[in-house]
Write a protein that binds this ligand. Structure first.
Ligand SMILES: Cc1cc2nc3c(=O)[nH]c(=O)nc-3n(C[C@H](O)[C@H](O)[C@H](O)COP(=O)(O)O)c2cc1C
Length: 397
């Protein structure tokens, strides 16, 4: 079974990821892993922290001679900012006078709920782990999952469909998604340059007014075979697993599969994806499909009955605006209980493209887990063989 966990605090020495259940023989392209980490650091509206960090994954175990060996994979991402925090956040007792308190909880952040839960006098240790710095650790192992998924020709990418009120309404071609991946200036990861400029204006407004802005990212799993996940048990449904995986990302407050939100206010005849049959397995572009059954469109987001149906898997994450505000909201001082402004600490203003990259990682990890459950394999060769034999079975159906 594919399992993973992460450890590490925002201003601690390093982030750690452990993933187990990856079959032997997956080629680990470290340049690719680090490029994924770089992608998470990009986007218009990021704060000063991302100018300090140069996220790089140092593999510790589970990989030898460039390939996985079937044992748990562990890796470490250094926090370059640690050198500025070593005295404020030492592992040993250190000098309490050098501690950096977070004196008043930020509405929307984990500060107050975390301090109450862990019985802490203020929110420093709360934000250290609640911070989305943790998502870098997930992106690194998400990259491992993507490399594994290459064996069965699945790709996972994201784009931004809304920042504040500026929204893109359309279905991207896969080639457009790939082109986005090549961009060195990520800006807001929108495939439409005109909409992207309007998105930028939303961020500019937030920057000008000391505010923050949220948005929506869309993750697409391309060439996902039919048959991942099942309706047989509630926790095995692919849609449920994807929703939990994406919802687990910091600041994501809603998840949509396909056009789920639109479907809820439409008639059935307007949203369900009519089924056809073609004697050819290749479409007019020459692309080979898994089966000869065809769909008029993909409003279901590639999942019906908790099972992938062979269309692209489409998952949207809805991000609330960042809760650290340069013009802070009302709060209460932890020590005096007097009304004060909420604490401010160097912060991002918009993180939708970065959250999209973290969303890709969570979708890739979920698809990889479901694929391994379906095709059960301890080596890449076994996975490939099982996958190909299943593809033959459904092509002949
Ligand atoms: C990529 C990314 C970067 C983030 N950066 C910040 C930040 O700089 N400041 C901040 O207050 N929140 C930031 N957040 C959001 C907080 O981590 C999140 O709101 C907080 O942990 C509380 O969790 P919740 O919003 O899921 O309830 C970021 C989220 C993501 C996905």
């Amino acid at each position: 079974m594919l399992r993973f966990c992460t450890a590490g605090e925002s201003h601690g020495e390093a982030l750690i990821s452990v993933i187990s259940g990856v079959p032997a023989g997956v080629e680990i392209d470290q340049e690719f892993v680090n490029r994924e980490l770089w992608r998470r650091q990009q986007g218009y509206g990021r704060g000063g922290r991302m100018r300090i960090e140069r996220d790089t994954a140092h593999f510790i175990s589970g990989v030898r001679h460039g390939k996985t060996i079937g044992s748990p994979i562990s890796l470490r991402i250094e926090n370059r900012d640690w050198k500025n925090w070593e005295e404020a956040l030492p592992v040993n007792a250190g000098d309490p006078a050098k501690h950096k308190r977070v004196a008043s909880p930020r509405p929307g952040h984990a500060d107050l709920a975390g301090a109450l839960k862990y019985n802490l006098p203020e929110a420093r240790y709360v934000l250290e782990r609640a911070s989305a710095r943790e998502s870098a650790a997930r992106v690194a192992i998400g990259a491992v999952a993507k490399l594994l998924l290459r064996t069965i020709e699945v790709e996972v990418l994201s784009h931004v469909i809304a920042v504040g009120k500026a929204a893109f309404d359309g279905a991207p071609e896969w080639a457009q998604m790939r082109a986005l991946l090549q961009k060195e200036d990520v800006l807001l990861s929108c495939i439409d340059p005109e909409v992207e400029q309007r998105m930028k204006a939303e961020v500019d407004q937030a920057l000008r007014t000391g505010d923050s802005v949220g948005g929506i990212f869309e993750v697409i799993g391309h060439h996902v075979p039919p048959g991942l996940g099942t309706y047989a048990n509630w926790d095995e449904r692919l849609d449920a697993q994807l929703a939990a995986a994406v919802m687990s990302l910091q600041a994501v407050k809603a998840v949509e599969i396909g056009r789920g939100v639109h479907a809820a206010v439409s008639f059935g005849s307007q949203v369900h994806d009519a089924i056809g049959y073609s004697p050819e397995q290749n479409d007019k572009n020459g692309d080979e499909h898994f089966t000869r059954f065809t769909r008029a469109q993909n409003n279901a987001g590639g999942i019906e009955g908790g099972i992938s149906n062979g269309e692209d898997v489409v998952v949207r994450g809805y991000l609330k605006p960042i809760s650290t505000l340069r013009r802070p909201l009302e709060s209460v001082d932890f020590a005096t209980r007097e009304p004060v402004k909420a604490a401010y600490e160097r912060s991002d203003v918009c993180v939708v493209p970065a959250a999209g990259v973290a969303g890709e990682a969570m979708v890739a990890l979920t698809l990889a887990r479901c694929a391994l459950e379906k095709f059960g394999a301890d080596s890449v060769m076994e996975l490939e063989r099982n996958y190909k034999s299943y593809c033959k079975q459904i092509a002949e159906y």
